[in-house]
Design a protein around this ligand. Structure first.
Ligand code: ADP
Ligand code: MG
Length: 583
């Protein structure tokens, strides 16, 4: 129960509702106790009539009264049972809501490293499956727990007072039932987890084969995929069958043990009646009803134990994750508007997970308003430099200064709001084009959006879609071409109008003429902004103030286009190469 203590703060938050719920639960159970004793009394009244102790009209009157009492108590019990669910189960939904929000908020704060360490599926599970298991503890477990406790406390003494011998024999099979249900619940849980795992494998497999359908068809892989699916299907059948086998035990076992209890009641009760030890046969009917009332709560004891264990395990996973602290902390309170000077001093950087040293002793200065192009082969560290400027990672050694202040001494929100980044693999949300651009500035109006789309030379394309700016992107909508995607992301960054632009190879899928046009627009839009532009084309670099050529994480060449073009080296080779490509 150690891990579940974490939920106490929520239980405290909703204590009043819970308290009322508990009172209602107790009331509901007490009303349900009325019926069996009145059934007994009714049978007694019939017996009295048969033996001539009371007259027919008297018996009728008494029976009518008892029936009304039974119906009334049943209605009240039903009403309170309804209210009980309305309070306690609702509380568990509130707690689920709060916990989901807490987990999601925490997700947003964690760094990229965390996301590389954990699989998306696991993260999703934590917020849906695990929180769901915990809810079972906060709601149903508490509700049925109280219900069972009330019933035990009221009913068992009552049974012993009424007929101690029958009570003793009746109760013997019930603990066995609890233990068996607990064991079965455990096995059921184990096997249903297997089924769950299987289902997620299956959905990953089908999803991949549907999204990759063009590749599968082009390579004629249909028979192979079919065979793989057949294998998966057999596995699915086996896991589901093994679950169905234990599930099948659940109710028969319950009915068997209740049956045994009932036989005891009838056998022992009958013997006692014949020996004249109990006055009415009605007590046997009363006890049969008690046994039935106790069955579910007794089964619940076993079921609850396994629910609490599961909730404990889930909460443990949630707690472990909530303890996880972002390595990049936003410790500086003061917000500072930035101008955009960027300085790298002997910066080295190693990716923790792959142990790859992406940058080695890199130093350069970019004045506010300057534009710099980063060139170099794939894997030379260009993207890493841009990620470090956004402080998606912290440097391993050396220092980055923005406006002459160490980047770690800046408020993270100040820094990131001063940056408009277009990453290499532009990500667009499954939303309208308009909203995707608006991501750069929440309160932008349509005119501003159209203006930046024009600058990014994507306006014409957008107007070509039937729904224009309202076109939905992604799975259910239109798929943009690589170049269109890049240009929508550029429009998004332009809309933000930041101090620092980070363009990571974002014109790679655009033809040279469009590239030229966009670059001219960018130059006009960002002439007073610091611009870092990564490219593998000389054409993007030619008009920048400075060019930095990287190789294996170190600076190979640095200078203006003219300087580099007049000396031998990578840049000149690239320039000549691409010049001849054009012809
Ligand atoms: P470029 O953008 O110039 O192609 P990158 O900066 O992306 O180069 O990568 C530099 C090196 O760091 C490469 O060797 C790459 O494999 C490695 N790398 C890049 N991103 C990651 C990452 N997120 N995790 C681990 N290694 C990475
Ligand atoms: Mg890159």
């Amino acid at each position: 129960m150690k891990e579940l203590k974490y939920l106490n703060k929520y239980l405290k938050k909703y204590w009043l509702k819970l308290f009322v719920g508990i009172i209602i639960t107790i009331i509901a159970r007490i009303f349900s106790l009325v019926m069996p004793s009145y059934v007994n009394k009714s049978i007694k009244a019939v017996e009295d009539f048969l033996s001539g102790t009371i007259s027919k009209p008297e018996a009728k009157d008494v029976l009518l009264e008892y029936i009304l009492i039974i119906v009334g108590a049943a209605l009240l019990s039903a009403l309170f049972t309804f209210l009980m669910r309305q309070t306690i189960i609702n509380v568990s939904r509130y707690i689920e809501y709060d916990l989901k929000n807490e987990v999601f908020d925490h997700y947003q704060f964690l760094n990229l490293n965390f996301y590389k360490r954990n699989r998306i599926g696991d993260l999703m599970n934590r917020i849906s499956e695990d929180v769901g298991q915990v809810r079972m503890y906060a709601g149903p477990a508490i509700m049925y727990g109280i219900q069972t406790l009330t019933l035990f406390v009221c009913l068992i003494p009552l049974m012993f007072i009424k007929a101690p011998t029958i009570a003793m024999y009746t109760l013997i099979p019930l603990p066995i039932l609890s233990v068996l249900i607990y064991q079965i619940s455990k096995i059921i849980h184990k096997r249903s987890t297997k089924v769950q795992e299987y289902l997620s494998t299956l959905s990953t497999f089908t999803q991949e084969s549907f999204s990759g359908v063009s590749v599968i068809k082009a390579y004629g892989l249909e028979p192979q995929i079919n065979a793989e699916l057949k294998g998966l299907a057999i596995e699915g059948k086996d896991t589901s069958m093994s679950l169905a086998k234990v599930n099948a035990w659940f109710f028969p076992l319950m009915i068997l043990l209740i049956g045994i209890s009932n036989i005891f009641v009838i056998y022992i009760g009958g013997k006692q009646y014949l020996a004249g030890e109990i006055e009415s046969i009605g007590i046997i009917a009363e006890f049969i009803l008690y046994v039935n009332m106790l069955t579910w709560p007794v089964a619940v004891v076993g079921w609850l134990t396994s629910i609490v264990q599961r909730a404990e395990a889930s909460q443990k996973r949630i707690n472990e994750f909530l303890k996880e602290q972002p390595t990049i902390k936003n410790e500086i309170e003061k917000l500072t508007p930035l101008k955009g000077k960027i300085e790298f001093k002997n910066v080295s950087f190693k990716y923790e997970d792959t142990e790859i040293t992406a940058l080695k002793n890199v130093s350069f200065t970019i004045e506010a308003g300057e534009s710099v192009a980063f060139l170099g082969k794939t894997g030379s560290g260009k993207s890493t430099i841009l990620d470090l400027v956004s402080r998606l990672y912290d440097v391993t050694s050396g220092e980055i200064l923005i406006d002459d202040v160490p980047i770690t001494q800046l408020n993270l929100n100040s820094l990131r709001s001063a940056i408009g980044a277009v990453p290499q693999d532009a990500f667009l949300f499954s939303d309208t084009i308009e909203n995707n651009i608006r991501f750069g500035k929440e309160n932008a109006d349509k005119n501003e959006i159209v203006a930046v789309a024009k600058k990014a030379v994507v306006h014409e394309n957008i107007m070509g879609f039937t729904k224009q700016y309202e076109t939905i992107l992604g799975e259910r909508g239109i798929t943009l071409s690589g170049g269109q995607k890049q240009r929508v992301s550029i429009a998004r960054a332009l809309l933000k109008d930041p101090e620092i632009y980070l363009f990571d190879d974002c014109l790679s899928a655009v033809d040279t003429e469009t590239e030229e046009e966009i670059l001219t627009n960018l130059k006009n839009a960002s002439s007073d902004k610091t611009t870092l532009i990564v490219s593998h084309r000389v054409s993007s670099a030619k008009n920048t103030d400075k060019i930095i050529v990287l190789e294996s994480g170190s600076i190979l060449q640095e200078g203006t286009h003219d300087e580099l073009n007049n000396s031998e080296g990578y840049y000149k080779e690239l320039f000549l190469d691409q010049l001849s490509d054009k012809d």
